[in-house]
Write a protein that binds this ligand. Structure first.
Ligand code: SF4
Ligand code: SF4
Length: 495
């Protein structure tokens, strides 16, 4: 008889090597590339940076053309002044940005990432400086593996000094959008910057230095959420940078004089130039990858190789999944690029732009807020004279001073008292007034009709009955009939 307890089988977990929790970055040494897409990229770099660095130095009506004055809560954009009440325009701007992103991504993938995103732009600028100081790909690889020497120290020091200067200038320019840049410049030179100004210049400068100098493609690969959700905006008719596998494979090296078909080869000579020029270090021949920022460098690189080999260009090119699968010609492909989806985005975009431009052109430069003074209730100022107190805020969002007349209607004998008229409001200024409205409840006044406006049945019977009466303030510029506001309020007759 077996007195031993039966052996229990202890499950042994298979040993799983989970590896590192993150991939150790291999430094990328992109090779210089020239071509049509590189020219486009540089054109957009010049355009965006000319706007970014130049705009705060422009003047308009004697002040900075673009200034986001957070302290005064006024945003100056060329001839327009936006107040907190204009937050709708910020919402419209965000909607337009989102719609543009949908449209351009649906048409041609990551156009924004490849040509206009600040991360791409500054990485390109910093890489250019790096190439000019350290040399192209091979020279940089050799320099990095070489032991430290005086020459290496000087070369690296020069590069970092140039990066640092651009980064600081970028931080300075950024802060110059929020505080007048000329005064900021004087304070910076005389070491009199405020603590917040100094903090933001350094913060933005270091962010530029770190992101464009060191992080580079890692920002796109690991930090930017757009790379992750872009695929939902693609479909089979979206233009994406694609390697033509059918034409390129089987890949392999061969002398220029040899016909690749004689050797059973495709057009790809497996030179790896497309990988070497890629700023994210990927091989586009492996298909569309989320790391691809759509910069077109591999197209330029491969086209140069195709030219040298005497093959037609476009082994790597912008094309659509359907065009490759079904063999569409360029005309058929472009017809599908402008499909209902992209046309709808474009229509929505144009409509919102049109409405916004019209609304900005017709924007009333006068804003009025009327608040009944709840601390001072309705009272009898004199026998038969009832008075209510109000606080009226006038905002002249124009860049010229204006004089306004304030009146009220809705009850017989209603008149504004307690302020001197006209009321002057400076350019882009606000003025808060405490004023009184009075009605005279004598028989003559009852006989007089209200100046205008709706009157309830109750008012028709007795315009001075106890309770709340609807009235309207009218604020009118004396030098421009178009600048006026009607603001609803109420007047209380005590019991
Ligand atoms: S694969 Fe081509 S388009 Fe994509 S990031 Fe690399 S070089 Fe740019
Ligand atoms: S650059 Fe063109 S030819 Fe060279 S490896 Fe890339 S796809 Fe092939």
């Amino acid at each position: 008889m077996n007195t031993h307890a039966p052996y229990r089988t202890i499950p042994i977990e298979p040993v799983v090597d989970e590896g590192a929790l993150f991939e150790i970055r291999k430094k990328i040494y992109p090779r210089a590339v020239h071509g049509w897409f590189a020219k486009w990229r540089w054109a957009l770099i010049f355009l965006t940076q000319a706007i970014f660095y130049g705009m705060p130095w422009l003047s308009w009506n004697g002040r900075q053309a673009v200034l986001f004055d957070l302290a005064a809560r006024k945003f100056y954009v060329l001839g327009m002044v936006f107040w907190p009440q204009d937050v709708i325009y910020l919402s419209i701007l965000l909607i337009l940005s989102a719609l543009s992103l949908f449209l351009f991504t649906a048409v041609a993938g990551r156009l924004w990432c490849g040509y206009a995103c600040p991360q791409t732009v500054y990485t390109e600028v910093f890489s250019w400086i790096e190439r000019k100081i350290e040399g192209d790909r091979l020279a940089r690889i050799r320099l990095d593996v070489a032991p430290m020497s005086l020459e290496k120290f000087v070369v690296k020091g020069l590069k970092h000094a140039a990066w640092f200067t651009i980064a600081l200038w970028t931080g300075f320019t950024f802060v110059g959008y929020f505080t007048p840049i000329r005064e900021l410049g004087v304070r910076a030179i005389t070491w009199q910057l405020g603590p917040w100004e100094a903090f933001w210049i350094l913060f933005y400068g270091f962010a530029t230095y770190g992101n464009a100098g060191f992080m580079r493609e890692q920002v796109c690969k690991y930090m930017c959420p757009y790379a992750r959700f872009q695929s939902v905006m693609f479909d089979k008719d979206t233009l994406v940078i694609t390697y033509d596998r059918e034409r390129g494979e089987p890949r392999g090296s061969r002398p220029k004089a040899v016909n690749p078909r004689d050797r059973g080869l495709g057009d790809c000579i497996d030179c790896n130039i497309c990988v070497q020029v890629c700023p994210t270090g990927i091989d586009i021949r492996n298909g569309l990858q989320y790391e691809c920022i759509g910069c077109g460098a591999c197209i330029d690189g491969c086209n140069q190789v195709m030219d040298k080999m005497g093959y037609p260009s476009g082994l790597i090119r912008y094309t659509t999944e359907d065009a490759l699968a079904r063999g569409y010609d360029a005309k058929a492909m472009w017809r599908r690029v402008f499909r209902p989806r992209t046309l709808m985005y474009a229509m929505a975009l144009l409509t919102i732009v049109g409405v916004t431009v019209q609304s900005l052109a017709m924007k009333n430069p006068l804003k009025v807020d009327v608040i009944r003074d709840r601390g001072a209730l309705a009272r009898e100022a004199a026998p038969g004279v009832i008075e209510n107190v109000y606080r009226v805020q006038l905002m002249n969002t124009d860049e010229i001073p204006r004089d306004f007349l304030i009146s009220a209607k809705g009850m017989p004998s209603l008149q504004v008292v307690g302020i001197e008229q006209p009321v002057a409001v400076g350019a882009a200024q606000t003025r808060l007034l405490a004023l009184r409205l009075q009605v005279t409840t004598d028989a003559d006044a009852k006989a007089r009709p209200a100046a205008a406006g709706e009157r309830s049945d109750r008012d028709a019977e007795d315009p001075f009955s106890a309770g709340t009466h609807n009235i309207e303030f009218i604020v009118q510029s004396i030098d421009d009939n178009q600048v006026a506001r009607h603001e609803k309020s109420s007047f209380i007759i005590p019991r």
